[in-house]
Design a protein around this ligand. Structure first.
Ligand code: TMP
Length: 208
């Protein structure tokens, strides 16, 4: 059995990940590719509970080390119970955020050493890495405007602009270092234009 592909979607707040990941799902289904849509933090009952704790801003302050470990605790559950079994069955996995988000938010945003994140990445994931990552990129002001229009801000969305600037910078630096895997999509364009960029990026990958 051919293993499924592992595709992740990344980006700052309010860049349109949810709309566009649903679009990718429909593109894959059109090609009769079996696909599983999931997200991080989350994707299993326990990991979704960890997500709620991470996003809730009404509780005690979460230490940055705790935050990092909770991300990887959720990820370990998600990989073992959802991602790995699907890939082994030949199902493609489409994941809304993965470890690049940890490098961007906990590494870039919270200044945690990359070597610490790398160690946890190797420990939790062994050799599992995304085959393709789409990075939806937009200036932070634009994304935050969209996030604010969605309603009440969660614990991450309530961070200061300087935090989001570091997150964006970290994402762009990953894309620069790994251009084969990480493709930047300009999310400032109209939805039709963004989806056209996504379709073109996926085309060689789908028919390979
Ligand atoms: P979402 O609302 O975009 O689905 O993601 C939830 C929040 O979690 C988002 O603000 C980014 C943050 N996050 C991290 O800080 N580190 C991570 O590793 C992941 C997966 C998400």
């Amino acid at each position: 059995m051919i293993a499924g592909r592992f595709i992740t979607m990344e980006g700052g707040e309010g860049v349109g990940k949810t709309t566009n990941i649903t679009y990718i799902q429909s593109l894959l289904k059109e090609q009769n590719i079996q696909v599983l849509l999931t997200r991080e933090p989350g994707g299993t009952a326990l990991a979704e509970s960890i997500r709620q704790l991470l996003l809730d801003k009404e509780q005690e302050a979460i230490a940055e080390q705790t935050e990092l470990l909770m991300m990887f605790a959720a990820r370990a559950q998600h990989i073992k119970h959802v991602i790995q079994p699907a890939l082994e069955q030949g199902i493609w996995v489409l994941c809304d955020r993965f470890t690049d988000a940890t490098y961007a938010y906990q590494g870039g945003g919270r200044n945690i050493a990359l070597s610490t994140i790398q160690w946890l990445e190797n420990f939790v994931q062994a050799d599992l890495r995304p085959d393709l990552t789409l990075l939806l990129d937009a200036p932070i002001q634009l994304g935050m405007q969209r996030a604010q229009q969605r309603g009440k801000l969660d614990r991450f969305e309530s961070e200061k602009m300087a935090f989001f600037a570091k997150v964006r910078e970290a994402y762009l630096s990953i894309a620069e270092q790994q251009p084969q895997r990480v493709k930047i999509i300009d999310a400032t364009q109209s939805l039709a234009c963004v989806q056209n960029q996504i379709k073109q990026t996926l085309a060689p990958f789908m028919y390979e």
